[in-house]
Design a protein. Structure first.
Length: 261
């Protein structure tokens, strides 16, 4: 199965995404949720036009107060995700919904004041084409926000565990195509004034099953059906009993860029 098919299966609906979001909601040591922190980074203004790419289940926008007369277009490549977002937000006239691929955006040049792509660029097959499309639909001086994770954090922690428990799987072995480590350089080819902003957080997981649910929701787990689930549970449960919780550092943040044209 190629990457595009894996991603399509992973995000056919919001089941896997919700499992991952629950882990962070329950066990993050930063009491400010990541979505609330992201919202503080945005600089929306009245009458602006906003595009979110890969909107998922629309959770970023729930309960948020928008500037007057904003117009927000939510897109996702997954019809199932977009349907869930519509169920949550379709009652608000500020929102419209459209199935779209970031690599071929169905919008005219210079259509938006802001474009948002949260935790999705590392899934894109042709990142160069995708960033060119984002730049194309941004107005002159428009802002692009792209959140992502680092190659350490939970990803690195799992990589180290798997090297001990299941070294032949190769799961979590590859660095992210778009990460906190390489994002500034990649974005700098298309945008000006690229800024990296980090969200300070760690995980302190007090319920082992929540970590297992997260693991089972990932592409790495789905692509390795022969994982010994019980062995992993026992390993993590041993850590939880010994330390009172499973402590894992986090690497997550967002980039802010400006369209130079």
């Amino acid at each position: 199965m190629d990457v595009k098919e894996q991603v399509a299966q992973q995000y056919a609906d919001d089941k896997n995404l919700s499992a991952r979001m629950r882990l962070y909601a329950k066990h993050s040591t930063n009491r400010q949720p990541f979505a609330a922190w992201l919202w503080e980074q945005y600089a929306f203004f009245p009458h602006c036009r906003i595009l979110e790419l890969g909107c998922g289940n629309g959770s970023l926008w729930e309960g948020r107060r928008l500037p007057d007369n904003c117009y927000i277009t939510l897109t996702d490549i997954s019809e199932g995700m977009l349907s869930t977002a519509h169920e949550k937000l379709g009652h608000c006239p500020a929102f419209s919904f459209r199935q779209a691929d970031i690599q071929a955006l169905p919008f005219p040049d210079a259509s938006f004041d802001f474009v948002i792509a949260n935790h999705m660029l590392y899934h894109v097959s042709d990142l160069s084409l995708a960033l060119s499309e984002v730049r194309r639909v941004l107005k002159h001086g428009g802002k692009f926000y792209a959140s992502t994770v680092g190659n350490g954090g939970l990803h690195g922690y799992m990589r180290d565990v798997l090297q001990r428990l299941a070294p032949n799987t190769g799961a979590f072995g590859q660095n992210f195509k778009f990460s906190l480590q390489n994002g500034a350089a990649l974005l700098g080819e298309y945008f000006s004034n690229v800024q990296r902003r980090d969200y300070a957080d760690n995980l302190s997981i007090s319920e082992t099953q929540d970590l297992m649910d997260w693991l089972q929701s990932t592409i790495s787990f789905a692509d390795n059906p022969d994982f010994d689930y019980q062995a992993f549970y026992d390993y993590f449960e041993g850590i939880r009993k010994r330390d009172g919780a499973i402590h894992i550092p986090q690497e997550v943040g967002t980039f802010l860029c400006v369209s130079p044209f």
